[in-house]
Design a protein. Structure first.
Length: 444
């Protein structure tokens, strides 16, 4: 019977024998209420549990229940008895009745459960993050109780995808998320929503990921709806996105089927945060990206008006996943909204009375496309460029911090080179105002 219990629970028979010995000892102490030093021993030959009261040999007896004098011990066992030795006196186990048997049963059951928990913790504690196949056994308050072999495991409600439904007997692939040491129910916790499941499925389906040629640098999910995976190739000749998609999408389609139709965006990882954010917002096309705060990891992304809803996604899902994947806070604006914002900023800028008479904007060593963007934004003179705030210039198409620094430096150099042209005296304008019509006729 001991062998049957040990085999059924998957534990060592010695643990069951130890549990029986402890159970007999606990029951015996309830029956023999004295101060004796009781001990039990399981006899492997007879199958009986032997009970003993142990007494130590001493010169002077102070506790008769636990000690015996040297003379008395020599009378019982001869001259071989010496001080310090222990003598076992057999006790009758027939006195152990129904209550003692019930106590023994409880102790044995508790010890076997503890041994079983320790075995499960030792076996599955090293397998956290591994994908396993379990069989659905029953449902408890929304949680799924499944079995891996003979071990019960739990898929809590929060670890289940809302797009999935299971019946008793179904097989489900899930990732081992945690192993609880002190749990009343199943100790092994499985998950169908953890990004680790997505990573492991890619490792199983894509040989390049399994052998390390292609690396997954990040994965985020909103289970049942959408997921994003950032991949990177360690070899220049291997396309990481193409390797994950497979011929005609066979590889990624196998993963999508396993995740019950969850959409998966595979993007190429990049060290440049602007490039990475641009790709992470796929399938939306981004016009331009500017870093608002490098330390706080804040970016501003401008997209076409018709791409705005696609970039944000359903209930903000696309931009939310992109932010989790990249680690940057992303502020998305449409092209039209950005233009209105720039116009409002320009309205609040006072360029001064002398700016109107300044000559047209020309800056040496600055590309014509940059000059065209400045003129289109209303910065058509050197003074307007110098007096403009950095934020309003950075909002222009194609502008970053390096472009801003180069434009401002060139404008200051141009102003220093042509001070008279750039800043004419205001007096002629003031005297010309009362005689505006005659002055026009003379000029004509």
């Amino acid at each position: 019977m001991i062998d049957v219990v040990a085999k059924d629970k998957g534990i060592d028979p010695a643990i069951v024998i130890g549990a029986i010995e402890d159970a007999y000892l606990a029951a015996s102490r309830k029956v023999f209420r004295g101060d004796e030093d009781l001990r039990t021993r399981f006899n492997l030959e007879t199958g009986q549990v032997e009970l003993y009261a142990v007494r130590s040999i001493v010169a002077d007896v102070t506790n008769p229940a636990r000690e015996i004098s040297l003379g008395e011990a020599q009378e019982l066992y001869g001259e071989e008895a010496e001080v310090g030795m222990e003598i076992e006196f057999p006790k009758e186990t027939e006195k152990l009745g129904r209550i003692a048997a019930q106590t023994a049963k409880q102790v044995i059951a508790q010890r076997v459960r503890e041994a079983e928990r320790e075995k499960i913790h030792g076996e599955f504690g090293e397998r956290i993050g591994e994908v396993v196949t379990a069989t659905v056994k029953r449902f408890e308050s929304g949680d799924i109780i499944a079995e891996i072999g003979r071990v019960e495991c739990q898929i809590p409600r929060k670890e289940q995808s809302r797009a999935e439904n299971y019946a008793i007997g179904d097989r489900v692939r899930a990732v081992i998320k945690a192993v609880n040491r002190n749990a009343k129910g199943p100790q092994v916790v499985l998950s169908r929503t953890d990004p680790a499941l997505l990573v492991k499925l890619f490792e199983q389906e894509v040989p390049e990921i399994y052998d390390g040629t292609v690396m997954i640098r990040g994965a985020v999910r909103e289970a049942g709806d959408r997921a994003k995976v950032a991949v990177f190739s360690r070899e220049r000749d291997v396309d990481p996105v193409g390797a994950c998609v497979g011929m005609r999408g066979t590889r990624v389609q196998a993963i999508i089927r396993e995740l019950r139709g969850e959409k998966i965006d595979i993007v190429e990882w990049s060290e440049d945060p602007v490039t990475f954010v641009t790709k992470a917002l796929s399938p939306a096309r981004v016009q331009r990206v500017s870093i608002v705060d490098d330390e706080a990891h804040v970016m501003e992304v401008v997209v076409e008006d018709r791409q705005l809803s696609l970039a944000i996604g359903k209930k903000g899902q696309n931009v939310r996943l992109a932010a989790k994947l990249t680690g940057w806070k992303i502020d998305i604006k449409s092209d039209e909204d950005k233009k209105k914002e720039v116009e409002l900023q320009l309205e609040g800028i006072d360029f001064g009375s002398g700016a109107e008479a300044a000559r047209e904007l020309t800056l040496p060593d600055i590309h014509e496309e940059v000059l065209a963007a400045l003129r289109a934004g209303g910065f058509d003179t050197v003074e307007k460029v110098i007096e403009a705030s950095p934020e309003s210039l950075l909002a222009l198409p194609g502008f970053d911090q390096d472009t801003l620094d180069a434009v401002v430096a060139a404008a200051k150099a141009e102003q220093a080179a042509h001070p008279a042209e750039a800043a004419p005296e205001p007096a002629p304008e003031e005297t010309a105002e009362p005689t505006e019509t005659p002055a026009t006729e003379e000029t004509h």
